[in-house]
Unconditional design. Structure first.
Length: 240
């Protein structure tokens, strides 16, 4: 079982993520929705985007999801750093010592997160850290994903050509925490935080989204109309 202080720190990281998402939704204005009339038109029949509310709901959810992927990736990296003994070298997020061996670890959220150039650069930095710290080991780690899910870019440019071993998912969390059940505990923390968290106004994220959709739907209708041909004509007219 993870120490209480580490569980509480990870809870705070996940809470910060959700509160940030809630704050982002509360600040949304109709001009922030990045309305692409062509995309809406081509998806309209398949997704039943046939009136102001359905369109606004889809746009808000799309914006929330895009931001959430990046933000929660950062949150996972921060959760991993809870187990770090420091960084110390360029290119590494975590320093982990096992016995007399120092492990310099670059942490990414998932198995498909880096382009070729970044993969090459990460491998170079980690190998440089190894040379400066003789006997140390460089690792490229991913917070989720199995070995089979690791991208071909990471396999080629980090692992094979870069000479840096990769670990991911359950193996990674056990490695940095020395606890084989670590990933399950973090999974449970995510569940608890998601279930109970409310913002300073006492609203859950789903409640905040519903309020915002109502607000933006009214603004959308004022600009474009509620539905029908006139709405579609205005969407193109005012976004072109």
């Amino acid at each position: 079982m993870l120490p209480v202080e580490k569980r509480e720190e990870i809870e705070r990281i996940f809470e910060k993520f959700l509160l940030s998402r809630a704050s982002t939704v509360r600040r949304l204005k109709i001009k922030d929705l990045d309305i692409n009339p062509f995309l809406l038109r081509v998806l309209a029949r398949e997704l039943n985007l046939n009136n102001a509310r359905s369109i606004v709901t889809w746009l808000v959810n799309q914006r929330l999801e895009r931001g959430a992927v990046t933000s929660f990736g950062i949150a996972l990296q921060e959760a991993a750093k809870v187990f770090s003994e420091g960084t110390g070298v360029e290119g590494a997020d975590i320093l982990k010592t096992k016995g007399r061996t120092h492990y310099h670890i670059q942490v990414k959220s998932g198995p498909n997160t880096v382009p070729k150039d970044l993969g090459v650069r990460i491998a170079q930095l980690l190998r440089s850290a190894q040379r400066r710290n003789r006997g140390s080991v460089a690792l490229y780690a991913m917070c989720y994903g199995s070995e089979s899910q690791v991208s071909s870019i990471v396999r080629r440019y980090v692992q094979h050509e870069g000479g840096v071993n990769c670990i991911s998912g359950r193996i990674f969390w056990e490695f940095i925490s020395d606890d084989p059940a670590c990933i399950e505990e973090i999974y449970q923390i995510a569940d608890r935080v998601g279930e109970r968290l409310k913002d300073r106004q006492g609203k859950s994220l789903s409640e905040i989204i519903e309020i915002k959709v109502e607000e933006l739907t009214k603004q959308f209708e004022e600009l474009y109309g509620r539905s029908g041909d006139e709405m579609w004509e205005r969407l193109l007219k005012y976004n072109s």
